[in-house]
Design a protein around this ligand. Sequence first.
Ligand code: SF4
Ligand code: SF4
Ligand code: SF4
Ligand SMILES: [Zn+2]
Ligand SMILES: [Zn+2]
Length: 571
Amino acid sequence: MWCKSCSRETNSETCEICGNATEQDTPIMIYWCNNCKTPIIKSASRIDKNICPLCGKGTSYLCADLRPVFPEERLLIEMLTAKPFEYINKTVWAADNRYYIDGESKMIPISAYKKRSANKIMELLEKYKDQNSYDVFNQTIDKFIKANTERLHYIFDEATEFIRDTAKAYPSENIVISFSGGKDSTVTADLTVRALSNPNLVHIFGDTTLEFPLTIEYAKRFRENNPKAIFKTAKNKEQDFYEVCEDIGPPARMLRWCCSMFKTGPITRVLNSMYRDRDILTFYGIRKNESVSRSKYNRVENNAESVKIQKQKVASPIFLWKDIDVWLYILSEGIDFNDAYRLGYDRVGCWCCPNNNERAQLLSRIYMPEQTKKWREFLIDFAVKIGKPDAEVYVDSGKWKARQGGNGIAAAEDVKIKFTNCATEDNAKVYKLNRLVDDSFLSLLTPFGKVAKELGRKLINETIVLDIKTNVPILSVQPFSQDGYDYAVKIKTMNVAKHDDLQRMVGYQVRKFNACRKCLKCESLCRFGAISIIGDEYRINESKCKHCKMCVTAKYLEGGCLMDKYLKTKE
Ligand code: SF4
Ligand code: SF4
Ligand code: SF4
Ligand SMILES: [Zn+2]
Ligand SMILES: [Zn+2]
C-alpha cells in the first residue's frame, strides 16, 4: 500500500502518519541515468531508486511514464523542428508531446505540425526515408533492456502468477483473449499464452471497420505468426459507418454510438454464439493508468460496463503496468507489434474516434491523407446540414467532438414519443408510429407478458397481452387511425396497480419501433439471448424471454433505446 501524501509505503489501508487512505499500488517512476543515457524504471519506495543499476552512478527523476520514439517518428519531429537526422545519434523518448532528447526535455507544440502542409511533410519523409537508420535506436533499446531487467522479471512474474491464478477455475476452452491490435492486447495475449503454456487459446479480434490499415496488417501477421491460436474476428458487416453517420450524425465524445454498433456489440455476438450460457474468462489489456475513467475499474471484473455477456469475467494481467513497462516487455521479448507505433501514434484504436488527441489527428493527416480528407469533408457537410454558421471552423477547431444530441438531424423526430390520451377510454394512449403495426411491433411487447393475437377482438384487429404469472390481460393493442398521425396504435393498460409505469415502458417500445438503428445494444443487454437484430428486424424470441424487463428499464437502457440520448433535441 502507498500513501500519496507522504510518499511512503505501508501495510495498512490508512496511513499511520497522515491518516489518509492509501492506494493499492506503489507508484513507479522513471529516472534518467545521464551517464548511460537510459531511462530506469523504479518503484518510488526503493532506497536505491536514484542509483543506476548499470554504472552505479546517480540518476535523476525524469517523468511518470515514457514511450520509445522509433526512428520513423524521430525523423518526423526532426522535420518539424530541426534538421533531418539531427538526433540520429541521440536517444529519443517521449510522453505525449514532450520529447526527451538525451534526457533533455523538449516540447513539440501542436502548432509545429500545422506549419507545413501534410503533403510537404510526407514528401520530405519519403525523401529521407532510405537514409534513416535503426542502429542507434537498437543500441538505445539494448541498454534500456539491460538497465531494467529487474523490473521486467518482476512484472512478468507477477502477471504470470495472476493469469495462472485467475484461470485456475476455467477449462482452457472457456478462456478468451481479447485482441485489438494495440500494444496492450499484444502483450496480454503473449503473457497469457505463455503463462498457460497454451498456444491454442481463443483470440477475439474486434474489427470496428474503423481500424488503421496498419492494424489490419498487424492482425493478419499475428494470425500467421500464431497459427495454433483460434482466431475469431468480430465485425459488424451489416452497417456502413458513413451511412449511419449521415443518418444519426457522427460520433462525438458524449455520443459514442459506434462503440456498441461496431465494437462491443459484434464481440458480444461472437462470444454468445461460441459460449451461450457457459462461464467464460476473458483476458484483456486494460490498464489503470490509461485514463481517469478506467482507473475506477478493478483488475478483475464481474459486472463492469465492459462485461456485456452474462457469465463473463474479465481480467487484466497488465492492469498496473505503465506504457514503458509494456514497451519493455515487447522490445525485450522481440514481439511483433503494430507498426502504427513506429509512426508516433501512442494508442491505436479507431482512426476517426472523437476521443483521439490532436497529435494523433495530425499524424493521420500525414499518414492517412485520403481517409482524413474524406472524413473532414463529411464533417463539414454535416455541420452545414445542422446549421452551424462557420462549418469549417467548427470542424477544424474540434468543436464537432463536443456535439450533444440530435439538433438539426431529421432522425431526431423518431425518438420523440408522440401520443394523445384516448378521449373515450381510461388508461389508453394513442401513439404515433412511423409505419404500420405489424408482427415486429407485437413482438416488442413480449417483455410484458404473453402476446395473444387470438384473444383480441377480430373486428378491430386487437391483440391482448396476458400477465405471465396470472394470465390476466394487462394490455390491449389495436391499430388505430388518428388525425395528424400517418400510423398509430392504441394501447390500453388493464388490471395493473401502476398504469403509468406500464405505459412508460410501452412508450419505450414504441420508441424502439420508431427509432431503432440496430446499434446492437439491446442484443448485448438481454442476458437470456432473447433479443436478436437480423437484417432490418428487431425480434424478441418469446420462448427465450424471461420477462426480466431489463430492456424496458431506464436504469439499464435510458429512454428504452440508446438513440434517445444520441438524438434528443432541446426544444
Ligand atoms: S470511433 Fe471511438 S467511439 Fe466510435 S467505436 Fe471507435 S472507439 Fe468507439
Ligand atoms: S432499440 Fe435502440 S438501443 Fe436497442 S438496438 Fe435498436 S438502436 Fe440500439
Ligand atoms: S431483457 Fe431479454 S429477457 Fe428481459 S424482458 Fe427484455 S427480452 Fe425479455
Ligand atoms: Zn500519509
Ligand atoms: Zn548508468
